[in-house]
Design a binder for this molecule. Sequence first.
Ligand code: PEP
Ligand code: MN
Length: 358
Amino acid sequence: MINLASLRGTINQVDEELLQLVIKRWELVKELQQNYGISTDSLFTKMIDLAKKDKDDQMTETIDQLLREFTHSNINVENKAVKQQRALLYSREYQKEDTIVTVNGERIGDGNPHFIIGPCAVESEQQVREVAEVLAQKGVKLLRGGAYKPRTSPYDFQGLGNEGLEILSRVAREQNMAVITEIMSVNQIERALPLVDVIQVGARNMQNFSLLKELGRLDKPILLKRGLAATIEEFKFAAEYILSEGNKQVILCERGIRTYETATRNTLDISAVPILKQETHLPVIVDVTHSTGRKDLLIPTTKAALAVGADGIMAEVHPDPAIALSDSKQQMNLSEFEEFHQKIQDYLNKHQNEVVYS
Ligand code: PEP
Ligand code: MN
């Protein structure tokens, strides 16, 4: 008869062997994952079935539990390995060189500053033309303007919609400019596509994942704005949604985030620019109008943005801001724009030999 002590000794020995086998198995799974990216899920399902064959209920349950523990630890190892292996598409690890998005001859991301200017909203053909003519004279190539407006109140002016797109497109062609405008939902894409050169995703839509995915399937540059209170990581992942569907022409736009500060409309997160330039290969522009909401800050914030390496600036101009149907307080009038343009040109001429970002 086997005595209790020796039975316990044998069980301990089996446990020890089991433990060694578990460790060995775990290391093999890790190796398989890291080197070949292969999952062991299907093997496990088979093992569970085999192990349960001809065993009584209690034993089946024990085997089940044990194998499930294994599976869990496998999944953890696998997830980690997959994450380590796959560099995110926006990252510098994935692509070292800067992405350059070419629109109407402007190579956004090429190291030179680019300007995206225009009214907050398209209100009439006359209004857009008045602005576009002045911009074109100053050499601005990228005309912005909202046709579909995301407004806080549903009773505020919602934009001219399709008619607004037609106006923008007509005036832009006339002035040899490209059109940048916001698309708020998937069902607006088809109408917009032939009329628009860059599709803007507004701050309120930064995490509209179905819209991002759909835009990712287009062959059209996308200007992605940072969400109202989005972290830089969330912003980068929103870009990843577009990139992961195949569209590589993504421009990031810092437009200020919500903080407790009330002196400005939003808080311009100026450090987001060098962070995004370091961590992604995508062009980064700064919307000085929506981030500050103050005309008196447009020149200094533009200088700051360019000094920290922004690839461009977005700003709003209206022929008569006092009667603008949206953002009337923050848009420059035409002579204010001319002054803005002159001061920024002077600044650029003075600093043209300085490398602001490397
Ligand atoms: C805009 O640029 O017209 C706009 C609405 O900006 P945001 O989405 O950044 O608020
Ligand atoms: Mn606006």
